[in-house]
Design a binder for this molecule. Structure first.
Ligand SMILES: Cc1ncc(COP(=O)(O)O)c(C=O)c1O
Length: 380
């Protein structure tokens, strides 16, 4: 199988990840709960994973990073823990449902929302963000890169505006964590939501949320934390405040190995490899008759995600043929992002999405190009 669905979840994972999940499942107790050796050792897996992630994103205080189930979980904890009736939020016309749906739910409860339009290549005009700011603007919430067409947002510049105006800046790094440099200090990020299971190579059921120490989120769930157990109230200390219940210790230990693997290879090398794949793919498909490509032509401006359609063939059918006849895994449809499809004009058709990852090769890209030539020929 040639796996081009890394934007949904990465596959394969580095061997170290599989081995660590297996090892830890066999030896783990409940971290932070109990004083026997197995519990203490399990606490260390979590602590080490926190440390690895913090150094990857330049987070100074590891206690400000919590583990979650996935990006969706992180975004819900952040948005619902931060916003209250009367607050104004600015977001973009490229957001994933995991951002826009919680925001729409909050809108029903009295927050104000401005969705800043992007152009058909997914680019946002920074001036439009500035113009949208009001006296009650509490938050700018933005995805780092589009999961439909890969366009990278200028988060550093937008973060700097947010900082100047004392507005909280939240970044959804679902498509960049692990394949593109992120530095919460340099990028002016106050809240960072990320998945463990995509480019960080962790198992599914892992994710994280960084919350700067300037921000105090309310809890959206309370429960056992293993700390301050004499109190019937949720502890106010981080990370316990936002991390209730037994964590996914084997998964988090696997994620730690994923991050170590990334550091060993180097984010820059991972990014360069993915850029090479994007460039080769775009070059190879651009002249295929009837192929419609979406997004930026320049690999510098996108992460390893390419969406396309073949005129007169349903996106689902193209994806089906790629799978059945060519053993190539892609994703078709709307990719949980109706806003982005409205923006790029594919709300009715959807797209066929190719999501490249570090383990993909140029040879695999060439096979996909050949397959698309063959499929498109049938329609000429
Ligand atoms: C931009 C973006 N945000 C949020 C999500 C949701 O991620 P998760 O599946 O980790 O909840 C995705 C998933 O593809 C995404 O691409």
């Amino acid at each position: 199988m040639i796996y081009f669905d890394n934007a949904a979840t990465s596959w394969p994972k580095p061997d170290e990840v599989y081995n660590e999940v297996n090892r830890v499942m066999r030896i783990c107790g409940n971290p932070g709960r109990g004083s026997h050796r197995m519990a203490i050792e399990s606490g260390r897996f979590i602590l080490d994973a926190r440390g690895e992630l913090c150094s990857l994103f330049n987070i100074k205080n590891p206690m400000r990073l919590i583990f979650t189930l996935n990006t969706t979980d992180s975004l819900n904890i952040a948005l619902k823990g931060l916003l209250k009736t009367g607050d104004h939020v600015i977001t973009s016309g490229m957001e994933h449902n995991s951002m826009i749906r919680p925001l729409m739910a909050l809108k029903n409860k009295g927050i104000e929302l401005t969705i800043v339009k992007c152009n058909e290549k997914g680019n946002i005009d920074i001036d439009d963000i500035k113009k949208a700011v009001k006296s009650n603007t509490k938050l700018i919430a933005l995805l780092h890169a589009s999961n439909v067409i890969g366009t990278i947002m200028p988060i550093r510049e937008i973060g700097s505006i947010a900082r100047e105006m004392e507005i909280t800046f939240l970044v959804d790094a679902a498509q960049t964590a692990g394949n593109y440099p992120i530095d919460v200090e340099e990028d002016n990020i106050d809240i960072l939501a990320f998945p463990g299971h995509k480019s960080l190579f962790g198992p599914q059921g892992t994710g994280g949320l960084y919350v700067s120490d300037k921000i105090n989120l309310h809890t959206i769930k309370e429960g056992g934390t293993g700390s301050i157990s004499e109190s019937i109230f949720q502890p106010d200390i981080m990370p316990d405040k936002l991390e209730s219940g037994t964590p996914n210790t084997p998964g988090i230990a696997g994620l730690k190995e994923g991050v170590k693997f990334i550091k060993k290879i180097g984010i820059k090398n991972i990014r360069n490899h993915e850029k090479k794949l994007i460039k080769r793919f775009l070059e190879g498909v651009k002249d295929i008759p009837n192929v419609i490509l979406y997004g930026e032509d320049n690999a510098e401006k996108r992460v390893g995600i390419v969406s396309l359609n073949i005129k007169d063939i349903d996106a689902g059918e193209v994806s089906y043929i790629l799978d059945k006849a060519f053993d190539i895994a892609t994703r078709s449809g709307l990719h949980c992002s109706s806003l982005a499809h409205q923006t790029i004009g594919t709300l009715r058709s959807g797209t066929v999405r190719f999501g490249f990852g570090y383990f993909n090769t140029e040879n695999e890209i060439d096979k996909a190009i050949t397959a698309l030539w063959k499929i498109a020929k049938e329609t000429v």
